[in-house]
Design a protein around this ligand. Structure first.
Ligand code: GTP
Length: 588
């Protein structure tokens, strides 16, 4: 490569024709050529502009030169030949100019070579011949500037060699790149004949190039996939359309692999519009594992959907991500109610923290846990289940999923379930009894403590219930208690718990209470359910209720303290004349 500051053609006195105008124009043309050469050399961005300047100056020069020659009295046929030569030179330059405009970098060296040749041979030499040789005396020979011309040609040859080397290097680079490309790649020619396969493709199939070439490789196609492959290939090939095909291909070990084959047509520089179709280049992806995984997934999805066992999938922290229809049936919760919730939602409150700690420890140590567990149905009822939990870990060993399978207990267990229900419910009203109330309330208190929210406990005692028994009989009293239970249950939200503690005492757990006023509003609503009247033995007795309210965390942290506070407040309501509510305060 020659240095940038050195002009491609240095003006030489021997270039002089002795014609002032012609020499001035030659100098300008040499100067423009040198600037163009420097821009090419420096991979500048001014190729097109400098080339156009050269071409325009040359056209002007040709015109002036023809006029000068005419004045010199040159023979008309020689003048004509000169003009034709000029025209051809300009035509050549215009076609070079078009190539340059398309891709200046690609064509600049070739253009430079052409116009250098034109400059040195057609202009400097030819013109000198016209103006100098014609004016020399017989026997005097004008000498050509051989040395500078040779130097320029040497530089041009170096330049061309260097470009050739770059092209060879680029070809080797892309061939290696495609050969070692991690996916199988193949190519067809314009007739659709497969004429090249990269090394990865050959390694996959165990074929060599001659075996694979043409349609030889299709012998490795699975019998069932051959016809669909060819018909699709024909359709796409006829339309010169891109194709995507999936088929099984016999690999080097004699096993079929699922191939996802993606191909694109490619065209010459003129492009698709001018019909310059050259063939297809295509890449194959081995998707065997993915297809197997998808098939396994479909089986798993079927099992998940149709299993009789309730299945729950959580993330690594126990947040529910998916449940199956059996889960919905077993627990009473709809999928949309539990997805995104903690699996703790199912806790009955009957197991202490050490039970869950042991479960968690086993999951972390052994990857699984199984055992009997008491879970709470959406209705609030508690049922025994056999629970199996397995963990799924990622490649780093982190638990990313947990799969819990809940199996309802055997018939023996089912009768146990009945007993369990009895143990947790009041036989007269079927409301939760104190045991179940305590379990739920404990659960709610833990949640409130976590969330920093509030709950209220309403202690409701009927006023003047004793006369009902006394006047109408115990049976009527029972009936009234059941009636009150039903009314209370219907008036409250499903998430609230109404329990009967015994006698005419009902205790209500009101979840998510914002303030004492909110709790007061609930109490007022309940008081509106009264008086509940009973008729019997030609007598009519009506009862009202008194309600005491305590709030977590305002009036206590522990359940016992809160129930006690609500009880005290209820007595204050009785003292205040009954049929009203009172909110606990420390002075009680
Ligand atoms: N029918 C019926 N009565 C019950 C039951 N359990 C308790 N009792 C009666 O309920 C009454 C409750 O007594 P109190 O609360 O002191 O009577 P009260 O008339 O409501 O008095 P105040 O609460 O002061 O208004 C007693 O007479 C109990 O015998 C039951 O299961 N069925």
């Amino acid at each position: 490569m020659f240095p940038v500051h050195r002009p491609l053609i240095r003006w030489n006195a021997r270039f002089d024709t002795g014609h002032a105008q012609i020499d001035a124009q030659h100098r300008e043309l040499v100067n423009l050529l040198n600037r163009f050469a420097a821009d090419v050399e420096n991979t500048g961005s001014d190729h097109t502009r400098l080339f156009t300047a050269f071409r325009d100056a040359l056209a002007r020069h040709f015109k002036d030169e023809e006029e000068a020659l005419r004045q010199l009295g040159i023979a008309p046929e020689l003048l004509e030949a000169h003009a034709v030569h000029h025209g051809l030179s300009l035509e050549l330059l215009d076609s070079l100019g078009q190539q340059l405009a398309k891709d200046p970098k690609e064509h600049s060296s070739a253009v430079l070579a052409e116009i250098s040749h034109c400059m040195l041979v057609d202009l400097l030499d030819e013109d000198r011949h016209c103006f100098v040789v014609r004016s020399t005396r017989p026997g005097e020979v004008a000498s050509l500037p051989v040395e500078p011309v040779l130097q320029v040609f040497k530089r041009l040859v170096d330049l061309l060699n260097e470009h050739h080397e770059q092209i060879v290097r680029a070809r080797d680079y892309y061939t290696t790149l495609l050969d070692d490309f991690p996916a199988p790649v193949c190519r067809t020619d314009g007739s659709g004949r497969f004429d090249w396969f990269n090394r990865t493709w050959l390694n996959l199939t165990g074929m060599d190039l001659p075996q694979a070439e043409s349609q030889g490789w299709t012998l490795a196609l699975h019998g069932e996939d051959r016809e669909p492959f060819f018909s699709r290939w024909r359709i796409c090939f006829d339309r010169r359309a891109p194709f995507v095909m999936d088929y099984r291909l016999l690999d080097a070990r004699g096993q079929y692999r699922w191939i996802h084959h993606v191909g694109r047509p490619f065209f010459d520089e003129e492009g698709a519009e001018s019909g310059g179709f050259l063939g297809y280049i295509s890449v194959c992806f081995d998707v065997t594992e993915r297809r197997q995984a998808e098939a396994n997934l479909r089986v798993s999805a079927e099992v998940f959907e149709h299993a009789e066992e309730a299945i729950m999938i959580t993330d690594g922290h126990g947040w529910i991500e998916a449940v199956n229809p059996a889960f919905v049936k077993t627990t009473g919760y709809g999928a949309d109610e539990v997805i995104g919730q903690s699996a703790n939602l199912l806790r009955s409150g009957l197991h202490d923290e050490s039970f869950y700690h042991g479960l968690w420890q086993s999951l972390m140590d052994n990857g699984s846990w199984q055992g009997e567990v008491m879970n709470r149905h959406k209705s609030g009822e508690i049922f025994p289940y056999w629970l199996s939990i397995s963990t799924i870990r990622n490649t780093e060993g982190e638990v990313i999923r947990m799969v819990g399978v809940l199996t309802e207990m055997s018939p023996l267990r089912t009768s146990h379930r009945g007993l369990l229900h009895l143990a947790h419910h009041d036989a007269l009203t079927d409301l939760p009894n104190r045991l179940l109330f305590d379990a739920r309330a404990q659960h709610s208190l833990e949640r409130c403590s976590r969330e920093g929210s509030r709950l209220a406990i309403l202690f409701l005692d009927l006023d003047n219930f004793k006369p009902v028994n006394d006047r109408l009989g115990h049976h009527a009293g029972d009936e009234l208690l059941r009636d009150v239970a039903g009314r209370l249950r219907a008036a409250l939200r499903e998430e609230d718990t109404v329990a009967r503690f015994g006698g005419d005492e009902f205790v209500i757990l009101v979840e998510r209470v914002g303030s004492a006023e909110d709790a007061g509003q609930v109490a007022s609503k309940l008081l509106e359910l009264f008086p509940v009247a009973m008729d019997g033995n030609e007598q009519r007795v009506a009862v009202t209720a008194s309600i005491g309210i305590s709030l977590y965390p305002d009036h206590g942290q522990e359940l016992e303290a809160l129930v006690d506070a609500a009880d005290k407040a209820m007595y204050r309501a009785k003292e205040q004349g009954r049929n009203c509510f009172h909110v606990y305060s420390a002075c009680l």
